[in-house]
Design a protein around this ligand. Structure first.
Ligand code: SF4
Length: 214
């Protein structure tokens, strides 16, 4: 059974928007499309192969890809998301998982995943510009190249593979950069912090003056 390069079968756990979730034994070489039919996928748009640290695949564009060591070398998890789901929210949720699970020893994994989470929030809130997407790739490169263990090195995958599979999903949320300030920079919030700090300082000085005149 299987193919010349990938002999035998693989057990996979199927969850998400499917009629028949559960554990399946599939033959290596079977296409994604056929597996989705087997499990009764409902209006499938996204297949997440191998969990959050795996690959995000577009069913419409890549349904003919096969489960094999040379292609979708699934580690045992297949999550299916329909057109009704919000892909960006799902990706942010995956990144949140890595933020929570990072043990914190390596700075790129500890701080980098927080940065990726913040970037995803900017995209979702419609406050990201093209430069934010470029910085996502930069951060991903740093995290993958300098984290100590597998959790760190695979943590940018949900965002990078979803960006590659569904670039339009991200691009439609971007805003044009207007002037030198990034859209993500909240001028009012920054000024508010300054006002609070100034008021606190003035309050302390006034108290000192009153104390001194007694
Ligand atoms: S890469 Fe691994 S060791 Fe480093 S902070 Fe992340 S979880 Fe910890």
């Amino acid at each position: 059974m299987g193919t010349a390069e990938s002999a035998g079968t693989r057990l996979i756990s199927v969850s998400g928007d499917v009629e028949k979730p559960g554990i399946y034994e599939i033959e290596w070489g079977i296409s994604l499309k056929d597996v989705l039919e087997l499990v009764g996928a409902r209006n499938p748009r996204v297949a997440q192969i191998s969990g959050p640290s795996g690959e995000c695949v577009s069913v419409a564009r890549e349904g003919n890809r096969t489960f094999s060591y040379k292609d979708l070398s699934c580690n045992g998890s297949l999550m299916v998301f329909s057109y009704e789901r919000n892909l960006l929210e799902i990706v942010r949720h995956f990144i949140h998982f890595f933020v929570e699970e990072s043990c914190g020893i390596c700075t790129p994994c500890r701080a980098g995943n927080v940065e990726l989470y913040n970037k995803m929030s900017l995209v979702i809130e419609g406050r990201a510009v093209e430069q934010d997407l470029e910085e996502i790739f930069e951060w991903a490169k740093i995290i993958r190249g300098s984290s100590r263990c597998g959790l760190g090195t695979t943590s940018p995958k949900p965002i990078i593979t979803s960006l590659q599979a569904f670039p339009e999903e991200y691009k439609q949320k971007l805003v044009e950069q207007n002037g030198p300030l990034l859209a993500s920079f909240d001028l009012n919030a920054a000024l508010h912090e300054f006002t609070v700090a100034t008021n606190t300082l003035q309050g302390a000085e006034t108290a000192q003056t009153v104390e001194g005149s007694k």
